[in-house]
Design a protein around this ligand. Structure first.
Ligand SMILES: O=C(O)c1ccccc1NCC(=O)[C@H](O)[C@H](O)COP(=O)(O)O
Length: 277
């Protein structure tokens, strides 16, 4: 176990309740029809899955590097926070993709951080937020997102399929996230191959990297696994690679380093162990 937090309340449920209120306010300020009229001017999608696949084909770990200022479990993570500077450091160090938190109340994120990080690099960008409504999917594309996150613990099957189809129709990739076997079974009914296993329980905020190892064993070979959360150095990446995981989503451990570029290079020095003959 790499982190704990008091399990006094269901954090994910709280975040989603507040997000629903936020979405109503966004729709009142800028109706969906207005948002849709902006789609033709959105930057063309950069291939998120393809960027990950290219790193793996080159024999490297494929890193989704997260631009994360704060979190519900840890509070403020990085005080000198400049999304463009951080994104450039990640790109220079060899990250395949970026993840940018856009939720404000819980992560001190901003939509503008996604726009700034994407403009500063050539990397594809995941909009890291709690996607509950088609409005947010259209908004993600208007902002320039190349991929969205669907958290199975926050969605019923019908809504997950609806949001996935909309995102794909808009040219984005979809990272479907699970934390347990029941969510994995539901996720496998969706079509996106990109499947994240979050080592963080979003209800209790407890992190345990064993979660990925346990769940990965039951994932069909046609899914592209992403190991998420609690990854704090090359040794843990190598442990995950030994279990067939080569895509990684990492935030806090990199955000806490003064030299983000050097820390990212060090993380990416991880290599898959040689397979015994
Ligand atoms: O990070 C949190 O505390 C958190 C709380 C509630 C919902 C989601 C949360 N984080 C999202 C993520 O899972 C991570 O930002 C991402 O996987 C990177 O994790 P880490 O490397 O541990 O920062």
């Amino acid at each position: 176990m790499t982190g704990t937090s008091p399990a006094t309340a269901d954090t994910l449920a709280r975040i989603c309740d507040d997000k629903r209120v936020h979405i109503v306010a966004c729709k009142a300020r800028r109706p969906l029809s207005t948002l849709e009229s902006l789609l033709p001017d959105a930057a063309p999608p950069r291939g998120f899955r393809a960027a990950l696949a290219a790193r793996i084909a080159a024999g490297q770990p494929a890193l989704i590097a997260e631009v994360k200022k704060a979190s519900p479990s840890k509070g403020l993570i990085r005080a000198d926070f400049d999304p463009a500077v951080l994104a450039r450091a990640y790109e220079a160090a060899g990250a395949a993709c970026l993840s940018v938190l856009t939720d404000t109340p819980y992560f001190q994120g901003e939509d503008a951080y996604l726009v700034a990080a994407r403009a500063a690099t050539a990397l594809p960008v995941l909009r890291k937020d709690f996607m509950l409504d088609p409005y947010q999917v259209v908004e993600a594309r208007v902002l320039g997102a190349d991929c969205i996150l669907l958290i199975m613990a926050a969605l019923d099957d019908g809504r997950a399929a609806e949001l996935e189809a909309l995102a794909m129709n808009l040219g984005m990739d979809v990272l479907v996230e699970v934390h347990d076997r029941a969510e994995l079974d539901r996720a496998l009914k969706l079509t996106s191959p990109l499947l994240g296993i979050n080592n963080r329980n979003l209800k209790t905020l407890v992190v345990d990297v064993q979660t990925s190892i346990d769940l990965a064993a039951g994932v069909p070979a046609d899914r592209e696994l992403v190991c998420e959360s609690g990854l704090d150095g090359p040794a843990v990446l190598e442990r995950m690679m030994a279990h067939g995981m080569h895509r990684f989503l990492v935030g806090e451990s990199l955000m806490r380093q003064a030299d983000v570029e050097a820390a990212t290079r060090h993380l990416l020095s991880a290599r898959a162990p040689a397979v015994a003959e």
